[in-house]
Design a protein around this ligand. Structure first.
Ligand code: PLP
Length: 383
């Protein structure tokens, strides 16, 4: 089976993890700050706070932005559920705005229409690794006094107008799940330019507790003294995980380069298939290709997307669908009143979408096998 995505673990990753296991501190040691520093440098963002998952990072970013009961956030329906759930955790209302049919990211014009006096934050998503319309979204946020939390779980290593993702929003969220660009097993990070946000993120990560002498509300009672200043969680990442992340980060450029190389081969191979919509790259937006999504001409295919999916699985390809629009999930329909038909562009996209395998460890033979299989299946089912 060729999966849709997979991690790439090598000897140096294993050695890095083992060296932490042999050390005194397996959590809360020096690797965490080293990893934060290294990712901050890679993305040219001043501050980074690592978390136990991308979802925890999103939750913390919403809390740091001051999202709370009665507030609204606006996000894309074409994303993983965590992009919306993070605000619900804090008692806020999840509002969706439809996607742009070309970029497949949040349509800022639609988002502008959904802004009310309760809107607190915009959570655009760099879907598939392709950065959202950051200039327009940031301008909207400035005009309306909103915080921008960019869900860049797909987009580490991507560029927007010649600048690397990571310092282009109030907060940028990364995930280090094994299907993403680099992995820590589970893990996530918030990048920010704002020191105050950084401090709030750190408090939220660890029970709202600080021992920092400069930040105490009351005089210290001794060396044991700490204060819980806010309600927080245990969202800490371990040194074991960060050692893996540091080792992986050294190969990130190679990983992204290989992903782009494979994506280019796909695009060249499929360009001649009529009515097949391929991922778009523009001069302004350079994707880091977490996903390669085909939008199928389902009107021309016997059995539609389902038949293509099943035929590819039969050929041992781990295809996937990203994503079932969040507003169609039973929870969002039952608890938030969303209905089929609310976001027609997202729904139309979903009916046609299929993600084909894309990960750096794929061999040229794997890539050719995927190309041949997709071509064969489309030809066989064409009507
Ligand atoms: C993976 C992902 C997340 C959540 O990350 P985890 O590390 O799995 O918690 C959030 N948003 C998007 C778009 C993702 O793909």
């Amino acid at each position: 089976m060729i999966p849709y995505s997979s991690q790439w673990i090598e000897k140096e990753d294993i050695e890095a993890v083992v060296s932490v296991l042999r050390s005194d501190r397996i959590t809360q040691g020096p690797r965490i700050e080293e990893f934060e520093r290294a990712v901050a440098d890679y993305t040219s963002s001043p501050f980074a706070v690592a978390f136990s998952s991308g979802t925890a990072a999103l939750h913390a970013a919403c809390a740091a932005a001051g999202v709370g009961p009665g507030d609204e956030i606006i996000t894309s329906p074409v994303t993983f559920v965590a992009s919306a759930n993070c605000a619900v955790y804090l008692g806020a209302t999840p509002v969706f705005a439809d996607i742009d049919p070309e970029s497949l990211t949040l349509d800022w014009r639609e988002a502008a229409r959904k802004v009310t006096n309760r809107t607190k934050a915009l959570i655009p998503v760099d879907f598939s690794g392709s950065p959202c319309d950051l200039d327009e979204i940031n301008a909207l946020a400035v005009e309306k006094g909103l915080v921008v939390i960019e869900d860049a779980a797909h987009a580490l290593g991507a560029d927007y107008k010649g600048r690397r993702i990571g310092s282009l929003a109030d907060m940028t969220i990364l995930s280090f799940h094994p299907v993403k660009h680099i992995t820590t097993g589970e893990g996530g990070m918030v990048l920010t330019n704002d020191e105050k946000l950084r401090d709030r993120l750190r408090l939220f990560r660890s029970h709202g507790i600080t021992r920092d002498a400069g930040k105490l509300a009351r005089p210290s009672e001794g060396d044991w003294y700490y204060e819980m200043q806010e309600l927080g969680f245990n969202y800490r990442i371990t040194d074991i995980q960060c050692a893996l992340g540091l080792a992986q980060l050294k190969r990130l450029d190679r990983f992204v380069c290989r992903r782009r190389e494979i994506a280019l081969q796909y695009t060249e191979a499929f360009a001649s298939v009529p009515s097949l919509v391929l991922p778009r790259e523009t001069a302004e937006v350079r994707s880091s290709f977490h996903l390669y999504v085909l939008q199928l001409p389902i009107e021309h295919l016997k059995g539609g997307r389902r038949a293509v999916f099943d035929a590819l699985v039969e050929r041992k390809l781990g295809v996937n669908v990203h994503y079932i629009p969040v507003h169609l999930q039973p929870y969002y329909q039952r608890c938030w009143g969303y209905r089929q038909g609310d976001f027609p562009i997202a729904e139309r996209y979903y009916e046609r979408a299929i993600s084909i395998p894309l990960y750096p460890r794929m061999t040229d033979e794997d890539v050719q096998y995927v190309i041949n299989s997709v071509r064969e299946v489309l030809t066989k089912l064409w009507i």
